[in-house]
Design a protein around this ligand. Structure first.
Ligand SMILES: Cc1cc2nc3c(=O)[nH]c(=O)nc-3n(C[C@H](O)[C@H](O)[C@H](O)COP(=O)(O)OP(=O)(O)OC[C@H]3O[C@@H](n4cnc5c(N)ncnc54)[C@H](O)[C@@H]3O)c2cc1C
Length: 343
């Protein structure tokens, strides 16, 4: 089968890799120049700073096996867990025994996960999918679906996987003329709400602080990550993540001002040195995580002749692990379901 996947982050990439391994002809369409979506790393002053997800946990057998494999290959490693809690006035050490789950990070940045998975599939980057045309069983046309790209070209395929946040999948599904088939899915995903966050990555000439990360309460900052301790760097490099409320309040504030406001808050928590930045990079994450995920690992259109499915972290939870398991489970299901199909 020719399969078109929209979105080259963890869910789309793992689904794509497994389906390609099983003999399907897979192409991933990605709107950005780089792949990885919310797994993003910026390199500044010789430091890798993860300005999306900074670290993660692994619970399920499927995901733990993947993490073990990538640890053996040196792509992932365990991070120490000297996390602190700032309660709005004071900072406390968090006892690692309260949450003994190992925390994993990319050895050279989290974006190495998508970079490595991406070696196994064809990816068309800087191509945005604007909509879908359903051809269905029309024998005059070769394929069941056309993915309409915003540069006016199309990608024809037998099956489509939407591996984007729910809001973006909703926009694409709205373009399908055959509403009877898409109605159930549209109704579900229309209800998924997202929290947003502003991330600020900053490098310093200052020495590396003694903590790995600070969870913040009663503050405009929700998390401060000490990126330097992931790579034993000699100088400090931080990633600061704002709350959803801060993101909304400063939707129209210019980046420079938003940066100053965040640094002001962080300076109250860790000290005035944080104002003395060397390099900074600010990113606004509109879809940071799903507030009300759907309780299914993937969703599928009920049309045998034109397979279409949705995957992503908002299906089954709102973590990296969910996104992985969502893509993995759909791939396993389709491999079995279409094993009779000539590839
Ligand atoms: C700041 C931040 C902190 C986080 N912290 C944690 C954490 O501590 N622990 C944890 O487990 N998870 C965390 N996450 C969440 C985690 O990163 C996500 O759950 C996971 O990366 C989602 O993967 P995904 O495959 O569902 O989709 P995404 O990463 O959202 O990827 C979707 C892809 O689709 C592409 N796309 C969208 N629309 C189109 C289109 N029309 N055409 C073509 N391409 C399109 C996008 O460019 C993107 O590459 C965090 C995320 C952020 C942003």
């Amino acid at each position: 089968m020719v399969i078109g996947i929209i979105g080259a982050s963890i869910s789309g990439l793992i689904a794509g890799k497994r389906l390609a391994d099983a003999g399907h002809d897979v192409t991933i369409i990605e709107k950005s120049r780089s792949i990885g979506g919310r797994l993003s790393t910026v390199n500044m002053d010789e430091l890798n700073l993860d300005f999306g997800l900074t670290h993660f946990e692994a619970d399920t057998e499927t995901f733990s096996a993947f993490v073990d494999e990538y640890q053996t290959e040196g792509i992932l490693k365990e991070w120490t867990d000297e996390f602190a809690l700032y309660d709005g006035t004071e900072m406390y050490d968090i006892d690692p025994n309260d949450d003994p789950q190992p925390k994993y990070v990319g050895t050279n940045g989290i974006q190495d996960i998508p970079r490595n998975l991406g070696r196994w599939v064809d990816i068309k980057s800087q191509e945005q999918a604007g909509g879908l045309t359903y051809i269905g069983p029309d024998r005059t046309k070769k394929r069941a679906w056309m993915i309409n790209l915003t540069d006016i070209s199309v990608f024809e395929c037998d099956a489509v996987i939407l591996a984007t946040p729910a809001v973006e999948a909703y926009g694409i599904l709205q373009t399908v003329q055959n509403k009877t088939a898409t109605r159930r899915i549209i109704r579900y995903i229309d209800e998924v709400l997202y929290d947003s966050s502003i991330s600020l990555a900053a490098t310093y000439d200052h020495e590396v602080p003694g903590w790995d990360g600070i969870e913040c309460e009663h503050s405009s900052v929700r998390w401060i990550s000490n990126e330097s301790t992931k790579q034993e760097a000699e100088k400090a490099g931080l990633v600061i993540q704002s709350t959803h409320e801060f993101f909304r309040k400063h939707a129209r504030t210019d980046d420079e001002k938003a940066k100053e406001l965040l640094l002001e808050e962080v300076s109250d928590i860790v000290g005035p040195w944080v104002h003395q930045t060397k390099s900074t990079y600010l990113h606004r994450w509109k879809y940071f995580n799903a507030r009300n995920p759907i309780d299914e690992y993937f969703m599928e259109l009920e049309m045998e002749e034109a397979p279409l499915a949705l995957i992503g972290d908002y299906l089954g939870g709102n973590t990296l692990e969910n996104a992985f398991v969502s893509g993995y489970n759909l791939a396993e299901y389709w491999i079995k379901k279409f094993s009779e199909v000539t590839v």
